[in-house]
Design a protein around this ligand. Structure first.
Ligand code: ARG
Length: 432
């Protein structure tokens, strides 16, 4: 009885036809321009009403305003939906690459994650998919953020990234006498089914799998496939049965294509994808999530950050190729996401990738959609994030200037609201 009436109130207020409860907090945001990512257009003189954290109305500046509403006038700025980064590692720091991280105790990485969560939110990223962290640190961060103890984005945690012995997600940099806890390592379909069940039990909401070698891992070949079809298929079947999506680290062609045939949801990196990969991705409705900024940072800073020499060599082998693949995949009509692998470059600088995506073939609107409406689809979260639309969270960012004319404006977000609460850059004209 009780839960039914709660549900009615929730639905009624989303639909906007019930009387607003007296305790409701209403915020009305006005701005000269708004990016409508669902319509693919810019709208002028926007007015967005947020009640108790959710958007309840979108109208024109000058429309009637509910009595007692708090006002946020963004003046001449352009307002956009809160941004979504589909590939981050909040508990990583690129300046501690290679063996440098060994100077720090295990819990240090969670503390680092607290700092990075704030930087990420301040940069306008109100939702992130964290695709790999040790010790279930991303689940703890998510819980702390949801309870309001620390500022940060909404987190979709993968917890541990799954992989095989000696693969990209194993700790291959140590001699055999040093053993590491490895709940993420399996070597059979049944082993991977068990691993999926374990990480879900402890908070994973998406499954990350290391399907091929990588750049920053020691001792593997970046293009080599590391899981068999039967192993990745077992992961996909188990994850989908449990209601989770599967994000697959894959640089090499065969690994990408085998994973796509097994029905994975997103291909991360996708550096050496070919025409067959594009066709498979489109047939299966899979997304590419390509971190095409990283090459600049790794080649400029990697050596002084402690990145292994072999990793720098691997980066030189795939970096440019990945960007060419990005252009070709987009031109072929593959669905694309915004994912940076932040942690490989500094967290909080996520928006640097937008300009690369435009340089390599996207329109600014497409780049923005990859980090908003498309990301929400790939997260299966179109009900609550990824657009300025009735029913979704009041997650908004604003920039000076026009991001459709100059995508780099997104590197200087001036205002951030999450769930109707201003977390950065409250405007001078805010009234109580
Ligand atoms: N985590 C990835 C790996 O180690 C980073 C790749 C970065 N390089 C790039 N060109 N995207 O494989």
């Amino acid at each position: 009885m009780r839960s039914k009436s709660c549900l009615f109130v929730a639905l009624a207020s989303v639909a906007g036809f019930a009387a607003t409860p007296v305790s409701a907090k209403t915020v009305v945001v006005t701005a000269a321009h708004m990016i409508d990512v669902l319509g693919g257009k810019r709208v002028d003189d926007a007015q967005i009403t947020v009640v108790d954290g959710r958007i309840t109305a979108i109208g024109r500046r000058g429309d009637a305003i509910p009595a007692g509403a708090e006002r946020v006038d963004l003046g001449n700025r352009t307002v956009l939906p809160g941004l979504i980064d589909m590939h981050v590692h909040l508990t990583s720091d690129p300046t501690l690459s290679g063996y440098r991280g060994l100077e720090f105790t295990d819990s240090y990485w969670t503390v680092l994650g607290v700092a990075n969560a704030r930087k990420t939110l301040d940069a306008g990223f109100t939702t992130v998919r964290n695709v790999g962290s040790s010790d279930y640190a991303d689940v703890g961060l998510k819980q702390g953020i949801e309870r309001g103890e620390i500022p940060g984005p909404r987190i979709v945690p993968a917890t541990y990234a799954l992989g095989v012995t000696g693969g990209h997600c194993d700790a291959t940099e140590f001699p055999p006498s040093i053993t590491t806890a490895a709940p993420q390592i399996a070597n059979s379909p049944e082993g991977f089914r068990a691993a999926v069940r374990t990480i879900r039990k402890y908070g994973a909401q998406v499954v990350k799998v290391c399907m091929t070698g990588g750049v920053l891992s020691k001792g593997d070949s970046v293009g080599a496939q590391q899981l068999s079809y039967d192993e990745i298929k077992a992961i996909v079947d188990e994850a989908h049965m449990l209601g989770m999506r599967v994000a697959v680290h894959a640089h090499g062609t065969e690994g990408i294509n085998v994973a796509l045939r097994a029905g994975v949801d997103t291909i991360e990196h996708a550096s050496l994808a070919d025409a067959t990969s594009f066709k498979l991705a489109k047939e299966h409705g899979a997304w590419f999530d390509m971190d095409i900024y990283d090459d600049d940072y790794i080649l400029a800073e990697g050596a002084k950050n402690g990145v292994f020499q072999e990793s720098l060599d691997k980066e030189r082998a795939v970096g440019l190729k990945q960007r060419q693949t990005f252009r070709a995949a987009h031109a072929a009509g593959v669905k694309m996401l915004f994912g940076t692998d932040a942690g490989v470059y500094p967290n909080g600088n996520n928006a640097l990738q937008f300009a690369k995506m435009v340089e390599w073939g996207m329109t600014p609107m497409e780049a923005i959609q990859s980090a908003t409406s498309s990301a929400a689809q790939a997260l299966d979260r179109t009900a609550d994030v990824g657009a300025i639309a009735v029913g979704r969270y009041g997650d908004l960012v604003a920039v000076d200037g026009d991001p459709l004319a100059d995508i780099r404006t997104l590197e200087r977000v001036a205002f951030v609201m999450k769930g109707g609460v201003v977390v950065r850059g409250g405007s001078a004209s805010t009234e109580g």
